[in-house]
Design a protein around this ligand. Structure first.
Ligand SMILES: [Zn+2]
Length: 213
């Protein structure tokens, strides 16, 4: 299974050190994850971005502006993808290609956008399990249970969507890892999952439910 994290500008208040705590937990618990980095986030937190890359996580792009990409004009779509790539390369010294996660998953079922993304060198990576940890007043306990239940329901090959900034992730990550390992889970980057060539799992939730990813 794969733990994936979107590293992006948060859309609500959180504790300042949350991102660092989450990244340090991954290192301490020896979890290799996949991190989708927003271009603007890489510009704001270049040292954290370098830390993520240095820790051996697989790096993908999470766009530059974190816009709903179906709303962008074609030229703006290309500019956003390329701007994110430049910002990530500037921060960590290598390209996030071919891994890309479209913000909110918006556009994942639009063949024109998926094709254009491919022409730009990327494939969209969705998810199977979310814990809605970006919602206000979502408790750590609820997030932990949602991830464990979701992975258990999905089974082998589960891709879990998490974010680097919400407090429940920083507070609950070690328990998530321990409980899933106790169930036999092995954490790998998404490029080690045995997936179909398209590698675009469709999340169980629609965009209206998803809110913040
Ligand atoms: Zn996002």
């Amino acid at each position: 299974m794969a733990l994936t994290f979107d590293a992006e500008h948060p859309d609500r208040p959180h504790h300042g050190d949350t991102q660092t705590a989450t990244i340090e937990t991954l290192a301490r618990d020896r979890v290799q994850a996949t991190v989708f980095i927003q271009g603007r986030w890489a510009e704001a937190y270049p040292e954290l971005a370098r830390r993520v890359a240095a820790d051996g996580h697989l790096i993908g792009s999470h766009s530059f502006y974190h816009a709903r990409m179906p709303l962008l004009r074609p030229g703006a779509f290309d500019t956003d993808v390329r701007s994110a790539e430049r910002a990530i390369i500037a921060a960590i010294g290598r390209s996030p290609r071919p891994w890309f996660r479209m913000p909110f998953g918006a556009g994942k079922d639009q063949p024109r956008l998926i094709a254009r993304l491919r022409e730009l060198g990327y494939r969209h990576v969705g998810w199977h399990v979310t814990a809605r940890e970006w919602q206000r007043r979502r408790s750590t306990h609820a997030v932990v249970e949602a991830v464990v239940d979701g992975v258990t329901s999905h089974g082998d090959g589960a891709i879990v969507l998490l974010h680097t900034w919400p407090d429940p992730v920083a507070n609950g990550l070690s328990e998530i890892v321990a409980r899933l390992r106790a169930l036999g889970a092995e954490f790998v980057p998404i490029d080690e999952l045995d997936l179909a060539p398209g590698l675009a799992p469709v999340g169980p939730h629609d965009d209206a439910v998803l809110g913040s990813p």
